[in-house]
Design a binder for this molecule. Sequence first.
Ligand SMILES: Cc1cc2nc3c(=O)[nH]c(=O)nc-3n(C[C@H](O)[C@H](O)[C@H](O)COP(=O)(O)OP(=O)(O)OC[C@H]3O[C@@H](n4cnc5c(N)ncnc54)[C@H](O)[C@@H]3O)c2cc1C
Length: 400
Amino acid sequence: MEAPVAKQALDTSNLPFDNGDFYEFEALLSDAERGKLADARDFLDKEVRPIANEYWLKAEFPMELIPKIAELDVMSPMHRQGHSALYAGLLHAEFTRADTSVATFMGVHDGLFTGSIEALASEEQKAEWLPDIYAMKKIGAFGLTEPLGGSDVAGGTRTTAEKQGDTWVLNGAKRWIGNATFSDWVVIYARDVADNQVKGFLVDTSLPGYAASKIENKISLRSVQNADITLTNVEVPEHFKLAGANSFKDVNKVLKVTRLAVAWQAVGQQMAAFEVARKYALTREQFGKPIGANQLIQEQLTQILGNTVASMGMMVRLAQLEDQGIARDEQSALAKAFTTARMRESVALGRSILGGNGIVTDYEMAKIFTDAEAIYSYEGTYEINTLVAGRAITGMAAFV
Ligand SMILES: Cc1cc2nc3c(=O)[nH]c(=O)nc-3n(C[C@H](O)[C@H](O)[C@H](O)COP(=O)(O)OP(=O)(O)OC[C@H]3O[C@@H](n4cnc5c(N)ncnc54)[C@H](O)[C@@H]3O)c2cc1C
């Protein structure tokens, strides 16, 4: 009788759905969007994935990618290019599948920074600033979090802005600000001492009194250059105050959209975990057969795939609501909480499938596993997003 192992020797490398999109959500895109997504995937596979581990280990950002990403022309897919929210989401998932640090660079430059300008600047300011931002000639950062103000930064912004004539004088500190060690600009949110409201400013990082130092020794998103920023009497001309950023409600307009993007990152992270774990399970042999032939390993792969598809399905529906202009804050919050919780389970299963090699950084899975931790905590932690959803469900706020 033929041994079961022979059946496992099939070449499965060309099977469809090896990227985790098991229900073919991508088919919901238009032909043009599918083509653009395929181009981006091709670029990411050729240019990003092969160098990602090396830069992650060095804790450096691959600066040479910036002009290449600019050439790919993927900035502001919805606002500028008129694409669907589903395309924007799947694109972000693809960036994450290739490398979460590069995806986060884009999430900061395109999402948080450019999103702040698109949502909160005047038409005149947009016309002046956006062309260089879209062309990635000017790189941006987003400065909201502070050393003493994390989850409670909405009511706890300590950085101050004081208007003196035609100039705003900024003082304070920001923490965790992605891209800020090399960015040309950073949007700083600061509390106006006159009315106590949080306002937004486009700050040129070469201004006197501005300093950024890199946060070292991270175990997650090591290629992302996160900075501690200090602002000491930084003088910002009135022209650089974002015209529509006059209270924390305005900041929330940006965060509502970027929270969605982070949930899409959780999808991409799971796609990566599935792809890497599946490949390993098909090639690693123990007890004379590929480990993927074992029922328990198949159960684990199925669990990762189920988590990925469930997360994607939720995000696809949310993208439709977003395109109709009716997506609500609490829906984004639930999506961020749910997808990142599933992601944490998926990357742990993927890590386990690689056994000891799962903790060695040569194998990509270790990067996928640890990068998931940052996604779980930034853009509103799992707990805070859960509480935003909980407030909507019960009508009672468990946090203020
Ligand atoms: C890699 C990385 C990149 C980032 N990039 C940026 C950036 O570019 N710009 C920017 O402005 N910020 C950025 N952040 C900051 C990020 O948004 C904050 O880390 C996040 O909001 C959490 O704040 P905190 O780290 O100060 O944690 P804390 O707020 O101190 O929370 C610590 C723990 O307490 C929990 N907690 C707090 N309050 C409650 C409550 N009421 N009930 C239950 N649990 C609670 C939290 O969920 C968390 O588990 C980044 C962070 C990371 C890690």
